[in-house]
Design a binder for this molecule. Structure first.
Ligand code: FE2
Length: 312
């Protein structure tokens, strides 16, 4: 891929990138890699262990309705049809940095981002492709990495909230980093008043500050987006400090600072690394919840899936 991915980067956008909520335009919705047929082929060849298939309820506060399922013996075209007609959300994790068709697009995007933002130095980057139903939603959550989103198909409403209390507490982030909690965090509907609201259309690019909570409601059509998770020195330091603070709290201390700068932060980075190494030896890592598959994708059903318990 030789053409640029992003098309309207400017001085203002460069200043806002990663500091605040910023939007730009890209041209991947017109690229041959994102036609229905190309996506159907990707659905068929993407490794199953990197594919999450989920469904959810309508209430944005009911995160317990989020659950996992499976699609066995379906073609990519059938699966796409089930998503278009039902209430499904498919995450093809790492498709952008893993799949030979999409990796050149991903590499071109990051080469261009580095060119456009000379201070931007990702240490590692991963990209997934999300394919979701016209009425699917993603509940309020905060991501551990810096995140970028390139919207390709359909329409969705994106709400981004400030990355500090009351919208997000240090304690919540510590729990996420210690894997004692999923990325879902407490949500109050009244906070929608405080959110930056962006309606994404094909060709929209959006980025937001590290850990800023967000939630997404699809508005119409089959939705396809690319999400990139990026580890930078800044995100590594901030996460190490929060991780160390979480460990200190478990040891009965009350950490007073979550600043990612200074001597204390460097000490916390070292402490966090040794804590992680110890937990690995001690076998302290817990599996993420919600991984149990409770439904099968089913074209004949209105929601696009059939519950396993109901089918038994
Ligand atoms: Fe996210």
């Amino acid at each position: 891929m030789t053409e640029p991915v992003l098309i309207d980067w400017s001085e203002d956008k460069r200043a806002e990138f990663r500091q605040g909520v910023m939007t730009a335009r890209h041209r991947l919705h017109m690229a041959p890699e994102f036609t229905d047929l190309a996506l159907a082929a990707l659905l068929e060849r993407h490794p199953r262990e990197l594919t999450d298939i989920c469904t959810m309820g309508d209430d944005p506060a009911d995160r317990e309705s989020w659950r996992a399922g499976a699609a066995c013996n379906m073609s990519g075209v059938q699966l796409l049809e089930a998503v278009r007609e039902g209430k499904l959300w498919i995450n093809l994790r790492e498709a952008m940095n893993h799949d030979p068709v999409y990796k050149p697009v991903f590499d071109a995007l990051f080469a261009q981002l580095k060119r456009l933002n000379p201070d931007y130095r990702p240490l590692s980057a991963y990209g997934g492709i999300l394919i979701s139903s016209p009425k699917a939603q993603v509940f309020y959550h905060a991501d551990v990495s810096e995140t970028l989103l390139l919207h390709v198909k359909g329409k969705k409403r994106f709400r981004i909230y400030p990355p500090h209390a009351p919208w997000l507490s240090d304690h919540s982030m510590e729990q996420i980093l210690h894997k004692t909690q999923t990325e879902d965090i407490p949500f109050n509907r009244a906070w929608d008043e405080d959110a930056a609201v962006i309606d994404l259309t094909p060709g929209s690019f959006v980025s937001w500050p590290l850990h800023a909570p967000h939630r997404v409601e699809n508005l119409e059509g089959l939705n396809v987006s690319i999400t990139c998770e990026v580890v930078t020195r800044a995100s590594m330091m901030k996460n190490a400090v929060l991780h160390a603070n979480g460990a200190l709290r478990q040891m009965g201390f009350t950490p007073r600072s979550s600043s990612p700068n200074g001597v204390q932060a460097v000490a916390k980075l070292a402490f966090s690394k040794s804590w992680k190494a110890w937990m690995k030896i001690a076998g302290g890592r817990k599996p993420m919840p919600k991984s149990e598959e409770t439904f099968d994708v089913d074209l004949a059903s209105e929601a696009g899936y059939r519950d396993r318990a109901a089918a038994a």
